[in-house]
Design a protein around this ligand. Sequence first.
Ligand code: ADP
Length: 447
Amino acid sequence: MGPVLTRTLAAVGAVLLGCAVGTTIGGALGAATTGATFGGALGAAALVAWDSARGRVLMDWLRGPQVGAAPREAGWWGEMAYRIERGLRLRDAGIEQEKQRLRDFLDAIEASPNGVLLLDGSDQIEWCNSTAADHFGLDRERDRRQPVTNLVRAPAFVTYMQRGQYDDHVVFTAPSGRGTLMVLVRRYGDGMKLVLSQDITERERAEAMRRDFVANVSHEIRTPLTVLAGFVETMTQLPLTEVERRRVLTVMAQQTDRMQALVGDLLTLAQLEGSPRPPSDRWLAVSDLMQRTQVDGLALSGGRHTLAVSGGADAEVAGSDTELISAVGNLVNNAVRYTPAGGRIDVIWRWRDDGGAELAVTDTGLGMAREHLPRLTERFYRVDGSRSRETGGTGLGLSIVKHVAQRHGGEIDITSELGKGSTFKLVLPAFRVRHRAEATLAPVLPA
Ligand code: ADP
């Protein structure tokens, strides 16, 4: 039976019951018709009052915050309460889902390495992620609804925003003064703008370094080439005596040696940069490295210095032998070149408390002032350019050493005192060094 029919029958029943009771009471009092009328009306009123009271319970629930279940009345009101409650729950679930999607979306933008800033039609800030706040020096709460050009006043940015042509990006110094920003604007929706910012400080630095490097290499090659070209011209145009010819050829040989050394070091650097890290399970005897260092060092010194190597007899190092020989060779080469005749050079292997080890090359040579130390491993950085070149230096030796150290998980540690001498340490981490005994010790198996 449908609810309308049920309710109609209930109304008819209430009126009839009222009439019957009214007729009985009215008949006893001699006014049956009045009693029936009054009883019928009373029956209808009672039904309406009862029905309204049930409806009221639902209305009270709806007027409130709608927590908990809706009143579960039987029949019409109960079903209405159930359907309203279900509708509300579905709506709430939908809203919660949308909120979650928005949270996920904002979290994703938050995780972006780029700054993201949303502007409304009047270029006022709607929202920004923390990277953009950091880039532009904004306060995410306080600066909402503020015109962006009132807050980011870099002239290049203001002009870019005012021009309104966003085909290209704009580059300017970050408002915080820290580094350089690249900013790009994209339009979306109804006049809204998406502002993307990127910190390109590192990229610019790398680009500047690359430019410097190319300029330095060109300069280093051009100088010996100019000398060579001059001598070639001299030899072709002027009749030279045998003595002059030999002198010219000696200088030419020196210049070609210089270019060869430079190209050799450049290739070593390129190889170090382009190849995977040396293996950490290929163990080499440190004693071989020390012996090789001593032989090469003595040959280079030609008896002008005292050269002593010590330690490392029981040690092994994991990595690339060519790289390590090249690194230690460069340190000894420098020690020889920057130590006047009669000086002393020590190559010492030491274990460190942290389980690692260091290979220290100490000399009693020229040394250098403290301010040079931080820049010493930069490519082509020289304390004394003419001395470096005269002794066959390329200015790349220490950058090669630094690369090798880093590729083995280590570092280079430099101490020096002007006029007294220097110590260059190749520091290696624990996982790259071990005592030889450990390697040869057979595992003790239970009998
Ligand atoms: P170079 O080929 O010029 O020696 P390096 O990169 O090997 O290039 O060294 C950079 C600079 O560090 C050198 O030009 C020199 O001024 C300084 N230097 C390196 N080793 C020593 C040392 N043992 N004593 C004094 N100065 C040194």
